[in-house]
Design a binder for this molecule. Structure first.
Ligand code: FMN
Length: 392
């Protein structure tokens, strides 16, 4: 279990930290909480104590126990995050103050540190606050930027606490080891959408879950991730370069633009093989009987990558419904990729929409059958395999 220390300060956004703790508990983090005196005026420590089933550190100087609390609490921590962070705490950290339990513990911590500010837009934009943020960044403190939005004070603007999922993902990243640091990874995800007219399109059932899980895993491992995604209803992963596309042709153009400087390319998208040969600018009227659609082939993106790769280690995906291994092995040899992940649509727990997958990994000399597992766990297995193939 990884230990994280959460520092909480006197901001109206404090109630969000209750939900954040629930999200982090689901991910099995061992959580410690330190509150400032002002934070306790917004929410009683009892609330946070009940959520984490531990005492909350507020006063370093009370006489319970003989341990030096601000030192002890950060021992073995994988990450220290202050959320919400007031303008006041950012100023104190920028100038090295240690005048309460939270600031003293933050000074004593040697683990990766994150600050998630939340404040009124003018407090955030104030030159002093901005300078203090820059100073903190120069100490290698990572900021999860606040977002634009309406505030409790009635103003609207930048200063609203970041999306909680982004904060969780940032913690996942900061608590991971980064063997892919300095490496570029291009990942495609989701379906493509081929328009027939302004109203209709041809697409497929891909949810994008596999590609997005791969993007998060590659980011957690320290890689610089570029995610090219067709239309899906998933949240854009935190900390990745995101390129939104619609058609296979769009994806092809994006891949051509970005592939040269990549170290790894993982094509998890379900790219449509065909698109309408002509696009009607106006809605095609319903006819009395049949309608015939003339289709033409889309560019074969994986083949293009296979033919033009230089230093890139390339992973393709295959979704089959029959003669699974035979079809996948043919695809592997035709496309010149280094790894092919094959799933059988009719296999229980495998395929498009769910959170699990059951695949076989095809490489030049081996076929490795993996057990059913979550798409998150599978992403790490696939990336580990690719790193092994590359010799990293
Ligand atoms: C109702 C109320 C809401 C506040 N909300 C914020 C806020 O969202 N962000 C902020 O930086 N300060 C906010 N403040 C001001 C801080 O609470 C104040 O600067 C305090 O000294 C911060 O103390 P701390 O950093 O030790 O917790 C608020 C104050 C009040 C009374």
């Amino acid at each position: 279990m990884k230990k994280i220390v959460i520092g909480i300060t006197g901001s109206i956004a404090i109630y969000k930290t209750c939900d954040l703790i629930s999200l982090l508990k689901k991910k099995n983090y061992d959580i410690e909480v330190i509150m400032t005196e002002h934070a306790t005026k917004f929410i009683n420590p009892l609330t946070f104590g009940s959520l984490i089933h531990k005492p909350i550190l507020v006063d370093d100087f009370d006489d319970t126990g003989y341990q030096i609390k601000h030192i002890n609490i950060v021992k073995d921590a994988s990450c220290f995050i202050i959320v919400p962070a007031s303008a006041n705490i950012i100023a104190k950290i920028a100038h090295g103050l240690g005048d309460d339990a939270l600031t003293s513990a933050f000074l004593a911590a040697t683990c990766p540190k994150i600050i998630a500010p939340a404040m009124n837009v003018h407090m955030y934009e104030n030159t002093a606050t901005q300078k203090n943020i820059e100073i903190c960044k120069s100490y290698d403190i990572h900021f999860v930027e606040p977002i634009d939005g309406p505030m409790a004070c009635g103003y609207s603007g930048k200063g609203h606490i970041a999306n909680l999922d982004d904060i969780v993902e940032c913690i996942d990243y900061m608590t991971s080891s980064h063997p892919l640091k300095g490496k570029h990874i291009l990942i495609s995800a989701g379906p493509t959408l081929e328009s027939i007219d302004p109203v209709r399109f041809i697409s497929n059932h891909s949810s994008g879950k596999m590609g997005y899980a791969l993007a998060k895993a590659a980011r957690n491992l320290g890689g610089h991730v570029t995610l090219i995604s067709g239309p899906v209803s998933l949240k854009i992963p935190y900390g990745v370069d995101f390129i939104s596309i619609e058609s296979a042709q769009d994806m092809y153009e994006a891949v051509k633009e970005f592939m040269d400087f990549q170290d790894y390319i993982i094509m998890a998208a379900a790219v449509g093989d065909y698109c309408p040969a002509t696009y009607s600018e106006t809605k095609i009227k319903k006819s009395d009987s049949h309608m015939f659609l003339d289709l033409q082939k889309n560019p074969d993106i994986l083949s293009y990558i296979g033919q033009h790769k230089t230093k890139q280690t390339v992973c393709g995906f295959a979704m089959e419904t029959d003669h699974v291994l035979e079809n996948a092995q043919n695809k592997f040899s035709n496309k010149n990729c280094d790894l092919l992940v094959v799933n059988d649509l009719f296999e229980e727990g495998a395929g498009f929409k769910g959170d699990t997958n059951k695949v076989a990994l095809i490489t030049k000399h081996f076929v490795e059958y993996l057990d059913l597992m979550s798409k998150d766990d599978l992403s790490y297995r696939i990336i580990e395999k690719l790193m092994k193939i590359k010799g990293e």
